[in-house]
Design a protein around this ligand. Structure first.
Ligand SMILES: [Mg+2]
Length: 210
């Protein structure tokens, strides 16, 4: 799969980052490019970012079944906690996210997000999130799977296949080992700080065009 066209984005540039499910937008948010190189993509989601999140017609979180049937709507949301950083190696089936405490003084946790490889688009990046995640404490020793119940439900109802489930669990374990080594490309990004001159970016008007 070709995931990296020639054009790279410039550090400080605002890009459109979307989760896509069933050919539809699941979430859309503007993020700031920190680094866009073949070695590592780094994106920052700033506190106060206005984004689009998926909801059910009754306003609650969409069920796994509604992901399968394509039944969801998008509503306005504000990222009202400390910003986070997304670290991604081209072609990988996961991203590693760093979440900080308020005021960005210390790392709250690492978050391994299982997903299909991120695709460069004209305006930013698209990917498909696979529901399952791993939370890793700053000590790198304490960790747990997150949303394993939703992942199992997705498997049970055929939203994902047994082969996909096996592959993504293995990818999660691989990413965990890398992070726990303390020597991976991800480690030490917890010391990164956003440029104080950056403004909170806005969604471009064409965010919903696939
Ligand atoms: Mg996830």
């Amino acid at each position: 799969m070709k995931t990296k066209p020639q054009k790279s984005f410039t550090p400080g540039q605002s890009v459109l980052v979307r989760e896509i499910w069933q050919g539809k937008v699941w979430t859309a948010r503007p993020e700031i490019v920190v680094q866009d190189t073949p070695e590592l993509l780094v994106l920052y989601k700033a506190r106060g970012t206005r984004w689009k999140q998926s909801i059910s017609p009754d306003g609650t979180k969409p069920s796994v079944q509604s992901r399968k049937s394509g039944q969801w709507q998008l509503s306005d949301a504000v990222w009202d906690i400390e910003g986070n950083l997304r670290l991604n190696i081209t072609g990988c089936h996961y991203s590693v996210l760093a979440f900080w405490n308020d005021s960005h003084e210390s790392l709250r946790y690492w978050y391994i997000n299982l997903e299909y490889p991120i695709i460069h688009t004209e305006k930013g990046f698209d990917y498909t999130d696979m529901l399952l995640d791993i939370l890793v404490e700053p000590d790198l020793k304490t960790w747990h799977w997150k949303d394993a119940d939703e992942f199992q439900e997705a498997l049970d109802i055929g939203l994902i296949s047994p082969q996909e489930a096996k592959m993504f669990r293995a990818e999660g374990e691989k990413a965990l080992k890398l992070l726990q080594s303390g020597k991976s490309i991800f480690n030490h990004w917890e010391n990164w700080r956003p440029d104080p001159s950056w403004q909170v970016p806005s969604l471009p008007g064409s965010w919903n065009i696939i």
